[in-house]
Design a protein around this ligand. Structure first.
Ligand code: ATP
Ligand code: MG
Length: 559
């Protein structure tokens, strides 16, 4: 490709506020352009990157025996009524009868129903690479979170849970291969299934400061967890202290844990904090946790679905005394759950459900025996990994893929059944697997760049070689033209900067675009019958004799 003919141009100044590196460099270098908030068009070099990522994904999905299809983006609303997803926040409804696909379970399941009639048709796996539409509340960070984005979504159908389990693990490995081949370091994290399912799921995360998720990573054990559901090991704090007898105390103090611990001159962990939640049935559930820790909603959801914190009004109506709530001496709770953190402390301080009344030296094993223990505390950086091998480190990341075991939710919603090997009707067990293709492009830029611009890994670079001429010397132009043609003849992917521009501009733009190999030809190099050969990800360059250049390039591996 001749730079002078390239449709997109380099933009020096970006008018919009840019909130992420991928947005800055991809817009500046003309890989994408913004159509409106969260909506991008892909320009020639951006499309080439998307194509390369897509081809890597195709290769890996084909290798797990999935078949590529292309479903419609417009889906009948009726289908979503069957699964109860007809009112989800993220969906766009172009008419009152249609939904723009935000995910395709509602299309693929009736589709599979047309062709699956017996267990002999299973397992089946199909995938597509397609634009998805989601009305994201906050489109941000360039192509990382768009309202329209490219996704590879794959769906599998199985005759048994074991068959799905085996396939799921294969796909998990295929996903890691995709990220590896795209030059991305990815962490596979066990996650909760969110609104989709209670079954197992994995998220694949890539590290970036623009990420919206916090991962807790342990170098020693190699485990990575999403902070929302992470487990950690809590060391005993003062369990060598003898149990003291309960005391009741007047306490004219503030309502927060901090004010309570300050009042007694103790650390926040010495406080037994009790939070009031309301269940879907309207029951009042108390959750006791160490005062220095927080409850995470995602872990709580796994213990009891649908719990939400009680409102101030509900607390008042029920006669809970805010700041002095305690599980002792009260029948206000329908149930009390104890977070496992309470086992690490002796002689807690807590309220006594009356204004300015506290109870001191509360001991769980003695005073709250028999209550159910749950693990709902939020793990934090610096805590010990649940494997007890090392400390947790916190990393900001972005989700670049997600795989789920769906069970039979969708096959049942659409009455997809087939006969099993005994002739009995069964509902196929499904899995679904998504990769954000356009987000992956952004994630690669986030993880591979410097102050000058993008550093494309070879496998997804828009071109492999970037020829740059400096000056207008005819001999320079002749050599560059000859090299360009020769490389094209060998099907080398090359961008040839043939523009009549200053050396400074051409070199800085080459740095911004980030093609792996830069070849500079100038009158100075021509004198030595050579050119300057420089890898984008290395500091130093070398002089290479002109007639060896093509051979050297052909000897490189570009995948
Ligand atoms: P997130 O938690 O980031 O909102 P999600 O869990 O809603 O993502 P999935 O439904 O699991 O997303 O979609 C599969 C993949 O599609 C995600 O792993 C991500 O890589 C990509 N993706 C999801 N939403 C967007 C978006 N708004 N813009 C770009 N890519 C996205
Ligand atoms: Mg997800």
């Amino acid at each position: 490709m001749r730079f002078s003919k390239l449709f997109s141009k380099i933009k020096k100044d970006l008018s919009k506020d840019i909130d992420a590196i991928n947005a800055k460099y991809l817009l500046q270098a003309g890989f994408v352009t913004q159509v409106m908030a969260g909506v991008y068009a892909y320009l020639p070099m951006g499309k080439r990157v998307i194509n390369k990522i897509s081809d890597i994904i195709r290769d890996e999905m084909n290798a797990v025996d999935s078949q590529e299809i292309l479903m419609s983006a417009l889906i009948p609303l009726e289908n979503f009524k069957k699964t109860g997803r007809d009112t989800v926040d993220v969906a766009y409804f172009p008419t009152d009868q249609t939904v723009l696909g935000f995910s395709h379970e509602e299309e693929v399941t009736p589709l599979a129903k047309q062709y699956i009639s017996s267990y002999k048709d299973l397992p089946l796996s199909v995938y597509q690479i397609q634009t998805k539409f989601r009305n994201e509340a906050r489109a941000k960070s360039g192509v990382l979170r768009g309202r329209e984005f490219i996704m590879k979504d794959m769906y599998s159908f199985h005759q048994s849970q074991e068959d799905l389990d085996v396939y799921y693990d294969k796909v998990k490995q295929a996903y890691m291969n995709v990220y590896n081949r795209c030059g991305l370091k990815a962490y596979a994290i066990e996650a909760s299934g969110g609104i989709f399912t209670n079954n197992m799921s994995h998220e694949f995360m890539s590290q970036t400061p623009a990420g919206e998720d916090t991962m807790l990573f342990c170098e020693e054990s190699g485990t990575a967890q999403n902070q929302e559901i992470a487990k950690a090991y809590l060391e005993d704090i003062n369990t060598n202290e003898a149990l003291r007898d309960i005391q009741y105390k007047e306490a004219d103090r503030g309502l927060s844990v901090k004010e309570q611990s300050n009042f007694y001159g103790v650390q926040p962990w010495q406080i037994l904090k009790t939070l009031v939640y309301v269940s879907q049935e309207g029951k009042y559930i108390g959750i006791c946790i160490r005062g220095d820790l927080q409850v995470t909603q995602d872990k709580l959801d796994m213990v009891m679905e649908g719990l939400r914190p009680a409102t101030d009004q509900e607390l008042q109506e029920k006669d809970f005394v805010k700041g002095f709530i305690s599980p002792l001496n009260t029948d206000l709770f329908d149930e009390v759950l104890l977070d496992i953190s309470v086992d690490t402390v002796h002689n807690f301080i807590t309220g006594n459900n009356k204004i300015n009344q506290d109870i001191l030296d509360v001991n769980i094993a003695r005073d709250l025996a028999g209550y159910k223990k749950v693990d709902v505390f939020m793990a934090q950086e610096g805590m010990t990994c649940y494997t007890q091998k090392g400390k947790l480190m916190s990393i900001k990341g972005i989700e670049i893929g997600n795989i789920f075991k769906l069970g039979t939710k969708y096959s049942k919603s659409f009455d997809l059944t087939c006969s099993d090997n005994a002739g009995k009707l069964m509902s196929p067990i499904m899995g679904c697997y998504g990769i954000g293709v356009s987000r992956l492009m952004g994630a690669v830029v986030e993880s591979s760049h410097d102050d000058h611009g993008i550093i494309w890994p070879r496998s997804v670079a828009p071109y492999h070689v970037h020829i740059v001429t400096l000056g207008n010397d005819q001999a320079v132009i002749n050599e560059a033209e000859a090299l360009y043609k020769e490389l094209q003849k060998h099907r080398v992917e090359v961008l040839y900067d043939d523009r009549d521009q200053s050396a400074g501009k051409k070199l800085s733009e080459a740095g911004l675009i980030g093609i792996p190999l830069r070849l500079v030809i100038s009158s100075r190099t021509i004198k030595e019958q050579s050119l300057e050969w420089k890898w984008r990800d290395q500091k130093d360059s070398q002089m290479v004799v002109l007639n060896e250049v093509v051979m050297m390039i052909l000897n490189e591996s570009w995948i």
